[in-house]
Design a protein around this ligand. Structure first.
Ligand code: BES
Ligand code: MN
Ligand code: ZN
Length: 502
């Protein structure tokens, strides 16, 4: 889809979308159009449930003699309560509605915003951003054209008072959307084509944006002593990989500043290993690399908008398979930090991958802070469903910053507790640690976080369990079903708010 911005004026053809505020309050343009067509819009509103509430939408085909062919009224509710997410949702809602109608080109007018807390240029850019996020589809495996399901909408122009400001604001947002799309592409790709080495190759694409890429193979990881990560991958014919991505965007005095680090779980397929998962639904485990997908898309977004921060992304890529050479329950492995781990369940593999990836990251880069993302536990879906990711941290400030970023972009996180009592559950009788807790099904996500904490040293650290968020079975205004790209917008905002200065 193409996007453009313009000053406020009525288009000469195609579709037009105009705002209505709370209690059926038409914007000036909406009123003007209504007058031009003899009050047809007011009558359409009176004959419907449309009230001007946020999310309300009403489509009216324009009468003969009118320049435009279709007029969409969209409700925006109370102006002073509008947020950036509302404008993004509007963009997405319009795209879905117009694709349903078969419209090809639309002009969206944002006028009379009054005491809306956003600048009109930002509001306009957000509408285009939401529309772009909604327009994504993963269609590389569709070989037959199906015109009925092809999106019709090819262009959106958003009109506002200061279109030059909107155009400028949209540049960064477009880079963020490209990052989100990369994550969605990676998460949607099946495991026969996306395995550790091919994933690492996809990361190389980021070098064109100025991201430095380094790929560690099994030999290299062996020499570093990454027995926990390698143990997970040892039943797979695919070679495990660790990818390091570096974006050095800080300038001036800050250019030598220690980086911030993001670490991702990249289990390209999780069968459970010898502790085999049940068959039904196992295909979902193609997206068990969602954490790594988010870190990669985030690096693309940050580099794409030339973020003024030094950032490292590290992803541990493996495939967890049952095999004659696979790791067994009862095996004891030694992680890079020297800790021994008794593997009691080969399906608790993500924490083993992250153990070495986290230790390596803090050991090599001494980051100011470190945040990992992982589709780590089914238990987090029991706790929080698909509305919030689980947040765990050893640092209240960091946890607060991540929470605030989530509120701002509409990608929620909710913090869960950690404490010694939970950590006790992962003490093994014969090794330093065991990879599952003694508490049965209780507090599974917290126990997993306690395991990770053993590998972060003194670094301020947060863990985000995205098992409930990486994939969606339903459409929302800016996220079509499938791979969501959750976390890219959240962490992009976190970086912008806390590490780029003003
Ligand atoms: N990748 C899964 C977690 C998961 C489950 C992600 C459902 C997305 C949807 C993880 O590797 C796993 O298998 N975790 C086990 C841990 C258990 C063995 C302690 C789980 O959650 O059941
Ligand atoms: Mn597993
Ligand atoms: Zn897993």
């Amino acid at each position: 889809m193409k996007f453009a911005f313009s000053e406020i004026s009525l288009p000469k053809r195609n579709s037009l979308a105009v705002p209505v505020y709370a209690d059926k309050n038409f914007s000036s343009t909406a009123k003007e159009v209504d007058n031009m067509i003899g009050g047809m819009l007011s009558r359409a509103v009176d004959a419907s449930r449309f009230n001007g509430k946020k999310g309300d939408i009403l489509e009216v085909l324009a009468p003969a003699g009118t320049e435009v062919s279709r007029i969409i009224l969209f409700g925006m509710g109370e102006k002073n309560e509008l947020t950036q997410t509302d404008f993004e949702d509007l963009g997405g809602t319009l795209v879905r509605k117009l694709n349903g109608s078969g419209a090809k080109i639309v002009t969206v007018i944002l006028d009379d915003l009054g005491d809306c807390p956003l600048k009109d240029s930002d509001a306009a850019a957000r509408v285009a951003f939401g529309a772009k996020l909604c327009s994504y589809s993963f269609n590389r495996y569709k070989t037959e054209d199906d015109p009925a399901s092809e999106p019709s909408l090819g262009k959106m122009t958003v009109a506002c008072k200061t279109s030059s400001g909107a155009r400028k604001a949209f540049q960064d947002l477009e880079a963020i959307a490209e990052g989100v799309f990369m994550t969605r592409d990676l998460v949607s790709e099946p495991a026969n084509t996306l395995y550790p080495e091919s994933f690492a190759e996809r990361c190389r694409e980021l070098s064109s944006l100025g991201v430095e890429i380094e790929i560690l193979n099994e030999d290299k990881m062996q020499r570093l002593g990454m027995g926990a990560l390698l143990g997970v991958g040892q039943g797979s014919v695919r070679e495990s990989q660790l990818v390091v991505m570096r974006w050095n965007g800080a300038s001036g005095k800050k250019s030598s500043r220690k980086p911030i680090a993001f670490v991702g779980k990249g289990v390209c397929f999780d069968t459970g290993g010898i502790s085999l998962k049940p068959g039904p639904g196992m295909e979902e485990m193609k997206w068990d690399m969602g954490g790594a997908g988010t870190v990669t898309g985030l690096m693309k977004a940050l580099a794409g908008r030339k973020a003024k921060a030094n950032v490292v992304g590290v992803i541990g890529l493996v495939e967890n398979m049952p095999d004659g050479n696979a790791q067994r329950p009862g095996d004891i492995v030694t992680a890079m930090n020297g800790k021994t781990i008794e593997i009691l369940n080969t399906d608790a593999e993500g924490r083993l991958v992250l153990a070495d990836a986290l230790w390596y990251t803090q050991d090599r880069f001494e980051p100011e802070i470190m945040i990992d993302l992982a589709t780590l536990t089914g238990a987090i879906i029991i706790s929080l469903g698909h509305e919030n990711a689980g947040l765990f941290s050893n640092n209240d400030d960091l946890a607060g910053q991540i929470f605030d970023a989530g509120e701002a972009v509409g990608e929620g996180v909710w913090r869960l507790p950690m404490s010694k009592a939970y950590a006790k559950q992962i003490k093994s009788p014969i090794a330093d640690l065991q990879n599952i807790g003694t508490g049965g099904r209780g507090a599974g996500s917290i126990v997993a976080a306690e395991f990770l904490k053993e590998f972060v040293g003194d670094t301020p650290w947060a863990h985000i369990d995205i098992a409930g968020m990486a994939w969606s079975k339903k459409d929302t205004p800016t996220v079509p079903k499938g791979g969501t790209g959750y976390g890219v917008r959240l962490l992009d905002r976190f970086v912008r708010d806390n590490y780029e200065g003003k």
